[in-house]
Design a protein around this ligand. Structure first.
Ligand code: 5GP
Ligand code: 5GP
Ligand code: 5GP
Length: 209
């Protein structure tokens, strides 16, 4: 096994809308550090193969170490907040993401580089601003899937994939936005393959948070 070998084809960079995570039957818990801003947060940076499959949990010998990202902590709390229950400070979520996905891109990004890359991508892709600039607001109203995708493509330059989930009343809503990233983790690319997850329908709700 050659450690410098690149053993994945691209990344999915996935952001989540907190309003849609929270208004489901499962509900959510705010982080111990307080209610996150009404903005998209990072879910993860996921190595993937061209055929749609993906590696996971690649290196049990590389545990998440808080000390390696202490300089990124406040930015992580702001941009990568956890909404799962019970409430946590984010460490559990980031540990999960590192263990499951981050360890599969260690040939190009060490732990600090991995989290820093995700934060930089978040700065490059301001999804909420892309949408509000096009008049698409988190106001509980419905918007066409195509207008949502077009406004993100317009602002970011690349076609996103939208994953929907279902609120307590059964409405389909904007949950996650996928963008594809080159193997260095630094720039967006057109997706080699789109995920299959999260059926939307042509009109979807954009809930408040
Ligand atoms: P779900 O089943 O909720 O769509 O996904 C559960 C988890 O599986 C995700 O949070 C993510 O960790 C992983 N996952 C789902 N789809 C993909 C994918 O297309 N690529 C990668 N790399 N991971 C995925
Ligand atoms: P996945 O395998 O789906 O990438 O990871 C999701 C895991 O992270 C689940 O175990 C979930 O409980 C946990 N988690 C913690 N906070 C969050 C959050 O804010 N959003 C999502 N989607 N999962 C979270
Ligand atoms: P088309 O390739 O014609 O745009 O879409 C084919 C099918 O995929 C349609 O049912 C359309 O609603 C669905 N679709 C297109 N883009 C997305 C997307 O970003 N997310 C989801 N969940 N479905 C999509």
């Amino acid at each position: 096994f050659c450690f410098s070998e690149q053993n994945f084809d691209f990344f999915y960079f996935v952001q989540q809308w907190p309003g849609s995570y929270c208004d489901t039957q499962k509900s959510c818990c705010y982080p111990t550090t307080g209610k996150p801003a009404a903005d998209f947060g990072i879910h993860g940076l996921w190595p993937n193969y061209q055929d749609g499959s993906y590696p996971s949990n690649c290196d049990p010998d590389s545990p998440f170490k808080q000390s390696e990202i202490s300089d990124l902590r406040s930015s992580m709390q702001k941009n990568w907040p956890t909404l799962a229950c019970p409430s946590g400070d984010g460490i559990q979520f980031w540990t999960h993401e590192w263990d499951k996905h981050g360890t599969c891109s260690e040939s190009v990004l060490d732990q600090h580089g991995y989290f820093e890359a995700a934060l930089n991508l978040r700065n490059k892709a301001n999804i909420l601003q892309s949408l509000t600039n096009a008049g698409i607001q988190p106001d509980g109203k419905s918007y066409s899937l195509s207008s949502i995708k077009d406004s993100i493509k317009e602002a970011v330059g690349y076609t996103p994939w939208i994953e929907c989930n279902v609120d307590e009343s059964g409405n389909t809503q904007l949950y996650q936005v996928y963008l594809c990233v080159d193997t260095s983790g630094s720039g967006f690319i057109e997706c080699p393959v789109f995920p299959r997850s999260g059926k939307c329908g042509s009109e979807i709700e954009f809930p408040t948070f």
